[in-house]
Every structure is written in C-alpha cells, then in structure tokens.
Design a protein around this ligand. Structure first.
Ligand SMILES: Nc1nc2c(c(=O)[nH]1)N[C@H]1C(S)=C(S)[C@@H](COP(=O)(O)OP(=O)(O)OC[C@H]3O[C@@H](n4cnc5c(N)ncnc54)[C@H](O)[C@@H]3O)O[C@H]1N2
Ligand code: MOO
Length: 405
C-alpha cells in the first residue's frame, strides 16, 4: 500500500533527522552552506562599547570647549572630567565617559585660541551607538538549524566567533540504471539519452549534499550482480545513494531484489502521488553502525525529479539538522485537475510577484521540457481539484535567484 505524499515527506525528514551526524567546529570562512548545530549567541554586548558614528568632537559642558586629547578607532579614551573640554574623535572610536554630545567636524569652528565651537546635530539618527543597541550579551541571534550563509558568517565574526559548531554536509552518490541509455549523441533506434546522470548531482548539491564527480556512475549493467556491486560500492563512500530507474518489477528491474540482498529496511515504498508513484527510500545498515540511505528515483525523468524533491530534499534537510521544508501557498491561475486518491504535482510557473502559479505544458512524466520552464509544482491534494483563484500549496524547485526570471 503506498503512502500519502505529505506522510512520505515527513517520514523522509524524520529518518534524516534521526541520523544527523555529530556537530563539528568549522572556521568561519569555511562554514558557508553548513547548518548551525547550536544557537548563535552574542558573546558580548553589541556594540561592545559606546562607539562614535562620526568624525568630530566629543564634548562636555557648555561651549567653547578646550581640546584635551584625541581618540581614534581602536583606542581607549581617557574620561572627560571637566566641563568646557572636548576630545577629537574618529568614526568607530570609543566615546569617552563624561562626554555629553558629539559635534561633527563640519559643524564646528575653532577660535583663535584653539577652542572648539559648534552645535550637536539634533535629529533621528544618533551620533553614537550605545552598547547593546544591536544585541545584548548572550542574546540568541539565530536558532540552531539555521543555514549558514555569508551574512550569518559576518554576524558571527562581529560577535567574536572564530569558528561555528555546524553539522556535516552529507555525501551523496548517484547510480544510473538502464541498458537503453546513451551517454553521448542523439537518441534513436530504441535508445534514449541519460538525462538524469547529468542533472541529479546539481539538484542534490542545491539541497546541501556533497557530490564528487567520481560518485556518479552509470549506466550500471542491467543484472542483479552488477546492481549489487554498484550499490555496495556507492554505499561505502556516501551516506546517501540515489539510483534512477528499475523501481518497478519489470524483467530487468533489479532494485528491490538488491535491497533485499542488502538487508535494507523500507522507510517509504511507493507514494500516492502522480507522477512519481514508484519512488522509494530505504535505510541500509552501514558497517560503521551509522545508517546509510538509498533513494530509488523512478526512471521516468520528471518522476525522478519529483522523487528527489519529495523524499531526498526532506531527508537531506534532516541529515543537516535543518527544519523540515515548508510549503508556501499561492493562487492557482487556472484549473488543475485532481488525480483521484493520489496527490497531483502539476508543474507551474510563478507570476512576477510570486503570488499566483500557472500550469505549464509538456508535463508528461517522461518529459523534462515542462520542468525546465517551471518554478515548481502546484500541489493538488487527493480527492480535490484546483479551480482558478483557489489557494494551493506550492512545492518550489531549488532555483537560484536569477534562474527562470
Ligand atoms: N506495468 C506497469 N508498468 C509501469 C508502471 C506500472 O504501474 N505498471 N508504472 C510506470 C511508472 S509510473 C513509472 S515512473 C515507471 C518507473 O519505472 P522504473 O523506475 O522501473 O524505470 P525504468 O523502467 O528503468 O524506466 C522507465 C522509463 O524511463 C526511462 N529512463 C530510465 N532512466 C532514464 C534516464 N537516466 N534518463 C532518461 N530516461 C530514463 C526509461 O528508458 C523508460 O522509458 O514505470 C512505469 N511502468
Ligand atoms: O508515476 Mo510515473 O512516475 O507517472 O511516471
């Protein structure tokens, strides 16, 4: 009996979450793309000291003010103890205790005897930054599970971190099954080009996996022996192995017998979704005691990508300690039919403001033309259909800004 689509996603995420590896410290510049294993907390107040936002004068008491010193960024100012005195101050310098106002250099004049006159600027933007204005010591700035990006690295550096405790990026491999597949040239005479070997590693990387060029193999010969040897070899070097094709029970579909031979345990074995129904996810015991995962992507190319987004994306999120992927809601711009008791994933393009989605053409499960023109899938739940204007969940492709403008 196949599993409901949402339930399959949940099971895949939970399986990954339970197998997330230990955290490790990684130097800030190398942490891009990792995931915080613990909350990022401010190590001090931020700013850590009262900081001048301007070049000018820190003044005390009524003007004119007699300059008694200078403080540059990086220095520690002596306190201003007497009314009618000031220190010259640079942007970023620590404001001396006792200072009552800051006067911009361009708003000041000097008397013949060197005394300073001028008016502190009144207004919305203060001329100095107060300790704790951005964060107080120990305040949580970002929760565990946050994907580390350059801005996260920047704020961690500001706080005083040299490294971050992050989860490992999972290693993934890919095995392509199918004797009918060509790896070069044009299709014909019963042969088709392998369109999954070249594209799946890119999707996997976008979901955070490491895929070395040497971890992509295929076509693997359509025999049980060749399948077993290839899967064993791939599982030795990766915690996730994706396979394409052979998920059914045809004469040369060897995936299920291979899994049986390896003592694998199914987490998901077929999903009530169209396209993509025969997808599977299995847990295989690793020789080191840590589980390995095998995701069986159906051979029909669009179905394979759907299986990847349905099962592999939540699995990888879990393995990296990230939250389960959530679905945004959009408006269906046209009618989308239901698929009976199955969830229907209908390829669609988002309009320019991302609020409504229009189904695209060329969406057969053996086709990729629709996929290459879509931003994701309208999700039509079992027993329903979407009418124009209906609010529907949207399953996005992991596209990078600038792709599919
Ligand atoms: N009797 C039934 N037959 C099929 C059913 C069914 O319910 N009963 N379901 C169909 C569905 S749905 C799918 S999806 C496929 C899945 O089959 P497999 O995962 O076993 O995949 P294959 O048979 O190996 O290939 C299917 C199809 O895809 C082409 N293919 C495979 N790999 C690639 C690749 N890397 N690049 C491009 N094209 C690929 C292959 O040539 C076949 O045309 O089963 C249906 N059959
Ligand atoms: O479910 Mo198949 O995956 O429709 O092509």
């Amino acid at each position: 009996m196949s599993i409901e689509w949402e339930e399959a996603r949940r099971l895949a995420y939970e399986a990954g979450r339970a197998a997330a590896g230990p955290a490790e410290p990684v130097a800030l510049p190398d942490a891009d793309g990792r995931t915080l294993a613990e909350p990022l907390r401010a190590l001090t107040d931020l700013p850590a000291f009262p900081t001048s936002s301007i070049d000018g004068w820190a003044v005390r008491g009524p003007q004119p003010w007699r300059p008694v010193g200078r403080v540059l960024a990086g220095g520690v100012a002596a306190p201003l103890t007497e009314d009618g005195t000031c220190v010259e101050i640079a942007t970023g310098a620590m404001v001396p205790t006792g200072a009552e106002a800051l006067v911009r250099i361009e708003a000041s004049t000097r008397d013949d005897d060197g005394r300073v006159r001028g008016e502190p600027r009144q207004g919305y933007v203060p001329e100095w930054r107060l300790p704790g204005e951005e964060a107080s010591k120990d305040e949580e700035l970002l929760p565990a599970g946050t994907a580390v990006d350059p801005a996260v690295i920047g704020v961690a550096a500001t706080c005083g971190y040299e490294s971050l405790n992050v989860y490992r990026r999972p290693r993934a491999g890919l095995l392509v099954f199918g004797d009918e597949l060509l790896t070069a040239g044009t299709p014909g005479a019963g042969r088709v080009r392998d369109s999954l070997g070249p594209q799946v590693p890119g999707w996997l990387r976008r979901y955070g996996a490491i895929v070395e060029p040497g971890s992509v193999t295929g076509p693997v010969q359509d025999t049980l022996e060749a399948h077993l040897a290839a899967v064993r070899g791939a599982l030795a070097g990766a915690e996730l192995v994706c396979t394409t094709g052979g998920t059914m029970h045809g004469p040369v579909d060897h995936l299920h017998p291979t899994l049986a031979e390896l003592g694998a345990e199914y987490i998901v074995n077929t999903v009530a979704v169209r396209p993509g129904y025969p997808m599977l996810l299995a847990r295989v015991p690793g020789s080191d005691g840590r589980p390995r995962f095998l995701a069986g992507l159906p051979g029909n190319p669009q179905s394979a990508v759907i299986a990847l987004i349905t099962l592999v994306a939540p699995l990888l999120a879990g393995l990296q300690g990230r939250p389960a992927p959530a679905l945004p809601t959009v408006e269906a711009a046209a009618k989308v039919r239901g698929r009976g008791d199955d969830t229907h994933l209908a390829l669609a393009r988002l309009d320019h403001d991302g609020r409504s989605a229009t189904p695209v053409g060329h969406v057969g499960s053996a086709m990729l033309r629709g996929l290459s023109n879509a931003h994701g899938f309208i999700v039509v739940r079992p027993g329903t259909e979407a009418a124009p204007g209906d609010l529907v969940p949207f399953l996005p492709l992991p596209l990078v800004i600038g792709e599919r403008p």
